[in-house]
Design a protein. Structure first.
Length: 165
């Protein structure tokens, strides 16, 4: 009994100095489809991003490498307790996309915290001119999302085509 109390005390002491656990938020295919549908519905209708009208644009599709980049940034922000488009190591979305193996010609990022559901987060991004312009950017044809706790990262991109390599 004493040995187990000592082991438990040691375990609790060690856990206090370890970094926050890394999230492994995984969206089911049905959730990805719902999020893509909501984003593509907005893109197909067009909208005002602040004072600028953004006309309808084509749909985006899910990209696993952008998902990896988004999840890495969400984990970095949670682990190091900050909220920024710049990573704790000074990285930008372009560098994070590179690390995830995404060969891009254009990338962009939306981040949010505190809105809860994806629907509420999407509405907040739509109401923010810069985030809205990312959502409505005709140059992006791929996207992914990651969520850790109540922290959302949405990465957009356009990959290098086979004729551009």
């Amino acid at each position: 009994m004493i040995a187990s109390k000592i082991a438990l005390t040691a375990l609790l002491a060690c856990s206090a100095i370890l970094p926050k656990p890394i999230g492994t938020a995984h969206f089911e295919d049905s959730q990805k489809k719902e999020m893509l549908t909501a984003v593509n519905r907005l893109r197909s209708k067009g909208c005002h991003c602040g004072r600028k009208y953004m006309p309808p644009v084509g749909p985006v599709r899910w990209n696993a490498q952008l998902e990896k980049a988004a999840l890495a940034h969400a984990n970095d922000m949670r682990r190091h307790e900050f909220f920024s488009h710049t990573g704790s190591d000074g990285s930008s979305i372009g560098k994070r996309a590179d690390r995830a193996g995404y060969q891009w010609r254009a990338v962009g990022e939306n981040i949010a915290e505190g809105y809860g559901s994806f629907e509420a987060t999407l509405l907040a991004w739509k109401d923010s001119p810069g985030h809205c312009r990312n959502l409505m950017n005709a140059g992006y044809d791929e996207m992914a999302l990651a969520k850790i706790g109540d922290l959302w990262v949405q990465d957009f991109g356009a990959s290098v085509g086979k004729y551009e390599r």
